[in-house]
Write a protein that binds this ligand. Structure first.
Ligand code: DON
Length: 572
């Protein structure tokens, strides 16, 4: 469908070294296979949440029931990202082929304003959008789960949420990872809360110890008994409002009552005439950016260029820098800003934009403002993927933004609030914690949703379900999902190999290529430097939890167990 540039072909013939390197890189990728099952699969970032989801499927619940159960379970067992105080996005494909997109992203409170994080000199006040009460947006998760349940739920809601209430009330074993995070953030918990919260203590948390969240169990019970009103009204709302008053936060009782999750038209794009990519429209930038990247990838024969070769890293970088430049200028909440979706996804527009890509020279990103990415190795968000025996598929990415959000624990209600307000552009051109710069499209306005990079995605092959995928990772989410999709579609990897494979990331500003350690050897890295790329190695990028439908119809669930964390896939 897209023309192949003859100059590109010529240059490819002249760079046989890239293929040699490819063979070596592929050799470094160990053979791996995820969990195989016939009837249903749940992949999440925590084994207890995975088990809750699987139990719901085995009880006869559908993928939506299981997803709601998992979302609540993650709020208990993975409080650094799992949440009721945050928000997220859902992409689904029902067994009959219908697709849905649900936006339960947080919103700016009514009292928020475009300059709320600036001082009298119009400089951004450090930490104000990331720590403490003012950083919190109006949570969307409970409204999102309520919408999903009303549309698709089959089991009684009480049965879906009860396992999470039981986990919170009766306690469960801390994993090594969660224990280490609780230890790491003690100082913030102490500093940013009005009362000392029960999570703050002298003694170190240890893997294997039991932890109970009694107040959270009570909040979840109110949600069980009253649905969304158990959160947005009554006692829970009163506790959030009291917390806001004490900490000079902005979320009011009215903000809570008015919050609505939004059904949106899922974005669909075609890849090479065979695959349909279904992903999230704004207020996430993820779907647009992913479709732009895949459309832009078509002229390049990534299969031949090879997995993680010098040439494929070069082209991916060039595509990514152009896409992230569009993201920073044109994307924001569509309810407030007219995102030029038609233009951004137009094949000719994408062709024209990528026509300046050279085969052997990096294009310098315009130095409008140097982005600063000091926390790119973060895994605070969490993604889960579920397929049930009917073939319903659900892909949800959900977050508090940073680890434990703004670190404010709603006293008496037992959960952390997000710091999603940092995803707005506090000031044009000034980067947020992920180094992302923004403009008017993503300025703060009351009731507006802050732009996200979360990219819950479903891929079809010839109209049939093929893959359910997503990841945490802030700005790296989009590029990570893009590479996993290419790894399967172009490089022929199975799901686990595609997840395990090393990833790269670039985002226009700062003008650099981030590589996972071990992705390329020193010779390859030097070749990229000679092309003009500034390279920066980090330990890990993202943590994908994904499911692939194999040719025989069975499911391969791939939890990312190669990177930090506790992911688990279970099927039956
Ligand atoms: O919505 C977003 O794009 C960010 N709030 C996601 C944050 C994230 O993924 C953090 N860590 N992995």
């Amino acid at each position: 469908m897209k023309k192949i540039y003859s100059t590109l072909l010529l240059v490819l013939l002249l760079v046989p070294f890239s293929c040699q390197q490819t063979t070596e890189t592929v050799a470094l990728l160990e053979k791996a296979e995820g969990v195989i099952a016939q009837n249903g699969m749940v992949v999440t970032a925590h084994p207890l949440a995975t088990k809750v989801g699987l139990d719901i499927l085995k009880k006869g619940g559908n993928a939506y029931d299981a997803a709601i159960a998992v979302q609540y379970a993650l709020a208990v067992v993975l409080p650094k990202a799992g949440n009721i105080g945050g928000g997220g996005f859902m992409i689904s494909r029902s067994a009959n082929g219908e697709k849905f997109a649900l936006d339960f992203r947080e919103k700016a409170p009514a009292a928020a304003g475009r300059d709320m994080y600036l001082d009298e000199n119009e400089e951004v006040i450090p930490d104000l959008s990331t720590k403490g009460h003012k950083a919190a947006g109006v949570p969307g998760t409970v409204a999102g789960m309520d919408e999903m349940y009303k549309k698709f739920g089959t089991l009684p809601f009480a049965d879906i949420i009860q396992p999470s209430i039981d986990l919170a009330a009766n306690g469960f074993e801390l994993t090594d990872y969660e224990a280490s995070l609780l230890n790491r953030f003690q100082e913030d918990f102490l500093k940013l809360n009005i009362d000392t919260i029960f999570l703050v203590r002298e003694e170190e948390y240890k893997a294997g110890e039991q932890i109970q969240y009694t107040e959270l169990a009570e909040t979840l019970s109110r949600i069980r008994d009253n649905g969304r009103d158990g959160f947005y009204k009554g006692e829970t709302a009163a506790l959030i409002s009291r917390e806001m008053t004490r900490g000079e936060g902005l979320i009011s009782l009215e903000d809570l009552e008015n919050y609505q999750a939004q059904w949106r038209e899922p974005l669909e794009g075609n890849y090479k005439g065979i695959y349909t990519i279904v992903s999230m429209p704004p207020s996430s930038s993820g779907g647009v950016a992913l479709l732009q990247l895949l459309e832009g990838s078509e002229p390049y024969n990534f299969k031949e260029l090879g997995l993680n070769s010098v040439q494929s890293v070069h082209y991916m970088t060039e595509l990514q820098r152009r896409v992230y430049a569009d993201r920073s200028t044109h994307m924001g909440d569509m309810d407030f800003y007219e995102v030029p979706l038609g233009m951004l996804l137009d094949t000719t527009y994408i062709d024209n934009r990528n026509a300046s890509i050279s085969a052997d020279t990096a294009t310098p990103s315009q130095q409008i403002k140097e982005g600063k990415v000091d926390r790119i190795e973060s895994f605070e968000t969490t993604h889960f993927s579920i397929v049930d025996k009917e073939g319903n598929a659900v892909s949800i990415t959900t977050t508090l933004n940073s680890y434990y959000g703004c670190k404010v624990y709603v006293a008496g209600a037992g959960f952390f609030l997000n710091n999603e307000m940092d995803d707005f552009s506090s000031k044009p051109g000034v980067p947020n914690q992920f180094g992302l710069v923004g403009s008017e499209a993503n300025s703060i306005q009351p009731g507006k949703r802050m732009l996200s990079s979360m990219t819950p995605t479903i891929v079809e092959k010839n109209g049939e379900l093929l893959m359910v995928v997503g990841t945490p990772g802030g700005s790296t989410i989009i590029t990570n999902v893009y590479q996993v999709v290419l790894n399967v579609l172009e490089h022929g990897l199975n799901m686990q190999e595609a997840v395990n494979a090393k990833k790269m990331h670039s985002q226009w500003l700062p003008d650099r290529v981030v590589l996972e350690q071990g992705m390329l050897d020193s010779l390859q890295m030097n070749q990229l430097r000679e092309m003009g790329h500034d390279l920066y190695e980090i330990e890990q990028i993202g943590r994908v939890e994904a499911i692939l439908v194999r040719e025989d119809g069975s499911l391969e669930g791939a939890a990312d167990t190669t990177r930090t964390g506790d992911a688990a896939a279970l099927g039956y």
